[in-house]
Design a protein around this ligand. Structure first.
Ligand code: PLP
Length: 397
């Protein structure tokens, strides 16, 4: 037919989140944005820290065009990678070196590169924990892998370690862990992580090859009330960390992140070279130079996580009072809510009639739930509460 039908399919069928986001724009033009309560997209409303903007200005005023807008090394500027490696070592007590760090255009690129670097043959399996970020399926299949879904524990949405063990096979190449989780907001506990890593070690030995752990960590910094997110390199040597500054510094449009290969990994240097090769083959080289330098100077900057926590509390407290069931999220900026009828799409349509735009989560691997992305401004949260109340009452009648 002259072009790739699989790619046509991906382009032609937008993700449900993008679909709703586009609807929101049309609907806002019709009735005014203030009357549409759009909780569809994980686009941070909390601004980037002031030092990020100050640093951009300072760099523009003081540095050469070649440094700011020219190519860096394919894997990223060495001074930038040194700053990031030092920071990770100080924070988590690991021994990362810059030659195990690869700068990327955000977590999406980090994941695509890592999967491409690891998967050798079509049909190798990658285990994901439901509920999971919908794009994993796209990235895994594009790298030639097969998605295998492990179901969560009921109610807590922690990893079901017993189920996980049954999902590992001699074909398993990697496992993707995302904590704090999109869409549940759950942070996997240290106990769960330990149990999962024990299984991984045991199964790697049984199958006679390593199973790699891919830690997808765009939300690491967004946690509430002192909750700790275990650093997976400290629990399992065959770990690649896929990090992004999209949410931690509110810079999703700048496309900046990295891959860190655990120094304790067997064959770490060669896996890193495979990462470099995968980056090259996908065209993901020389992540944006200006933002590499911004990151190096703002490595300790923080967004106002308190603003997300206040949104979480407002929504969680009120929605549970109205009769909705949801897990109290410890991190990220998503609330995972049980739909008030078995079919989450039908519930989504009924919510839409109240101008509430939430995302049905069937594509995230769990049916009967919707996701509320509460990274919106406070006005949207407060404005939406009466509509959520009315919707619940409608079901109670
Ligand atoms: N992984 C998860 C779990 C996400 O939620 C997202 C974005 O929302 C990504 C990866 C992609 O992040 P980035 O924008 O840094 O590519």
């Amino acid at each position: 037919m002259g072009y790739n039908q699989k790619m046509f399919g991906l382009g032609n069928r937008r993700s449900i989140i993008r679909e709703i986001f586009e609807y929101s724009k049309t609907r806002s033009a019709e009735i005014g944005a203030e009357n549409v309560f759009d909780f569809s997209l994980g686009n941070p409303s909390v601004p980037a820290p002031a030092e990020v903007n100050d640093t951009i200005r300072e760099l523009l005023d003081t540095q050469s065009s070649v440094l700011l807008h020219g190519y860096t090394s394919a894997q990223g500027d060495i001074t930038v990678r040194r700053v990031i490696a030092d920071r990770i070592n100080a924070k988590f007590g690991v021994c990362l070196t810059p030659d195990l760090l690869y700068m990327t255009c955000g977590a999406a690129a980090s994941l695509s590169i890592s999967l491409k670097a690891l998967i050798e043959e079509a049909g190798e399996e990658v285990v994901v924990f439901a509920p999971f970020f919908t794009e994993y399926r796209v990235f895994i299949e594009n790298a030639g892998g097969k998605v295998v879904v492990s179901k969560p524990m009921e109610r807590t949405f922690q990893i079901d370690v017993a189920d996980f063990e049954t999902k590992l096979s001699p074909l398993t190449k990697a496992v993707i862990v995302n904590s704090p989780n999109n869409p549940s907001g759950v942070v996997y506990s240290e106990e769960t992580v330990r149990a999962m890593c024990d299984v991984l070690r045991r199964k790697s030995a049984e199958f006679g090859h390593p199973i790699y752990l891919i830690a997808d960590e765009p939300y690491r910094e967004l946690v509430y009330a002192g909750v700790e997110v275990p650093y997976l390199m400290n629990h399992y040597e065959n770990t690649l960390v896929c990090y992004s500054f999209s949410k931690s510094l509110s810079l999703p449009g700048e496309r900046i992140g990295y891959i860190a290969v655990c120094p304790a990994m067997e064959d770490a240097k060669n896996i890193y070279l495979a990462v470099c090769g995968a980056g090259r083959s996908l065209g993901y080289v020389c992540a944006p130079s200006l933002f590499q330098h911004v990151i190096a100077k703002c490595i300790d900057a923080k967004v106002n996580v308190e603003a997300y926590k206040e949104n979480r509390d407002l929504l969680y407290d009120n929605l549970t009072a109205y009769g909705y069931e949801c897990v109290k999220p410890d991190g990220a900026f998503y609330l995972f809510v049980k739909a008030l009828e078995p079919d989450a799409y039908k519930f989504y349509e009924r919510a839409k009639a109240h101008e509430l735009l939430v995302v049905p989560c069937d594509d995230f691997g769990v049916s009967g739930y919707v996701r509320i992305a509460y990274c919106t401004d406070r006005k949207t949260v407060v404005g939406a509460l009466p509509a959520f109340k009315k919707l619940a009452e409608e079901y109670q009648k």
